[in-house]
Design a protein around this ligand. Structure first.
Ligand code: F6P
Length: 346
């Protein structure tokens, strides 16, 4: 059994569960006598060969800590040909046998491109958005849903006291998973997601109906990517688009709150949960899964596999061709949304 030198990085928006995954990588690598090298701040670390050795003592106490001990960034090396070359050189300079990239579609898309260029890559899926194709789950989602549920519970208390409507804006980019699961589990009174065109008349009528039957408050969950008539994100504005071309979202909740107040005359407030959803101690699910994904990634390196990411399929962790996720987003099926409306449109 040959020993390996394995790199690991975390890229894109952070989430709870990254540290357990790093711990899983390092602890499994020790079983093989491997060395693990942590690259700092995602792909930026590979461009600059900015790396630190990761030993047992570095990961022993990180299981319950949110964020990532390696740092993260939205650096896209494929934006500049010279950065691609620098990454290839760093890979050689650091003497890596394989690199484990922990990320969402952007980070794993880069890993996919490097694997096509001959660098051995294994991917671990993470994102609070849960919008990655080919996998049922992405690390971080469970913890983020818990944050949303807790927020809705708190907002309901104050909404009730003041007989107000409170709009809560939830992350997820152009996918409604986090808003829908958080809204359903938190008992939101109405939920809007990007996959389904907003029916504001239905929402207003629903709130009126609630108040008429003595339920004199409402918590309305809206995903940040919902397009409301008359509200557009400021495309093209300096600093509003990241290195992967994603527009920065946020603010639609404020617009919806104004519209609700204007149209039905009930005092309405908005809360944008924003990055609160990305912090905090990972849930039990995200801890266990992080460990297992990290372990499986190292096992795949030792099986000589490259160009795979580890998909969660039911209770199985399955290696899947990483090229299959490139440029794709997994969205909520509108028919599923319609079917669960029974829980929030009464
Ligand atoms: O992809 C995860 C995510 O948290 C999205 O839900 C959100 O739109 C985006 O990242 C925010 O990114 P940033 O932290 O770069 O502002």
């Amino acid at each position: 059994m040959s020993k390996k030198r394995i790199g690991v990085l975390t890229g894109g928006g952070d989430c709870p569960g990254l540290n357990p995954a790093i711990r899983g990588v390092v602890m499994r690598a020790l079983d093989y006598g491997d060395e693990v090298i942590g690259l700092k701040y995602g792909w930026a670390g590979l461009i600059k060969a900015d790396a630190v050795p990761l030993k047992l003592e570095d990961v022993e106490d990180i299981l319950e800590i949110g964020g990532t001990i390696l740092g993260s960034s939205r650096t896209n090396p494929f934006k500049k040909e010279e950065d691609v070359q620098k990454c290839i050189e760093s890979f050689k300079k650091l003497n890596l046998d394989a690199l484990i990239a922990i990320g969402g579609e952007d980070t794993l898309g880069v890993a996919s491109k490097f694997s096509k260029l001959g660098l051995p890559m294994i991917g671990i899926p993470k994102t609070i958005d849960k919008d990655l194709e080919e996998t049922d789950y992405t690390l971080g989602f469970d913890t983020a849903v818990e944050v949303v549920v807790d927020a809705i519970k708190r907002l309901r208390d104050t909404a009730k006291s003041h007989a107000r409507v409170i709009v809560v804006e939830i992350m997820g980019r152009h996918a409604g998973w986090l808003a829908l699961y958080g809204g359903l589990a938190g008992g939101a009174d109405y939920i809007l997601i990007p996959e389904v065109e907003p029916n504001l008349e239905e929402l207003y009528n629903h709130i009126r109906k609630l108040y008429d039957r003595g339920h004199t408050y409402a918590v309305v969950a809206i995903a940040e990517g919902v397009q409301l008539p008359g509200f557009t994100y400021q495309k093209g504005q300096e600093g509003m688009v990241d290195a992967f071309g994603h527009i920065r979202l946020g603010g639609v909740g404020n617009v919806l709150a104004e519209e609700i107040q204007k149209n039905i005359g009930i005092e309405t407030r908005a809360v944008i949960l924003s990055h609160l959803q990305r912090g905090g101690s990972p849930s039990i699910r995200d801890r266990i899964l992080g460990l297992l994904l990290g372990k499986t990634a190292v096992d795949l390196v030792h099986e000589g596999k490259s160009g795979y990411f580890i998909a969660v399929k039911g209770s199985e962790l399955v290696p899947v061709d990483i090229t299959l996720i490139e440029g794709k987003t997994k969205n909520v099926d509108p028919s599923f949304y319609e079917s669960v409306k029974t829980f929030f449109n009464k």
